[in-house]
Design a protein around this ligand. Structure first.
Ligand SMILES: [Zn+2]
Length: 102
């Protein structure tokens, strides 16, 4: 039984069967894990969206969150076509989405 000071993390598995906890950035290169991570952390993903539209946004994300987070974020955005990103120059080419990620 978790006591009231315990923060409960939901566990989830990606399609490859890797188990992750919500709140944890995936520590692997599994695309599915990252996909689930970005879908289930809408606040984090929207924060990255905001940074992405700053000048040098991609560089800022890489500097703060690391290359893997940036690469997987760009892949996630490209996959879901929420933002079109010029993958060569890491520049967004469409407007950011405004609706909630659910
Ligand atoms: Zn996985």
């Amino acid at each position: 039984m978790p006591n009231e000071t315990t923060i409960e993390h939901q566990r989830y598995s990606c399609k490859q069967g890797h188990e992750q906890k919500t709140g944890d950035i995936p520590n692997n290169h599994c695309d599915d894990c990252w996909n689930v991570f970005y879908w289930s952390h809408a606040e984090f993903t929207k924060a990255l969206d905001a940074v992405m539209f700053e000048p040098n946004g991609a560089e800022i994300i890489e500097a703060v969150k690391g290359k893997k987070t940036l690469e997987q974020y760009l892949r996630f955005r490209a996959t879901h076509e929420l933002i079109k990103v010029d993958t060569e120059h890491h520049e967004p080419v469409t407007e950011p989405i405004t609706e909630e990620i659910s």
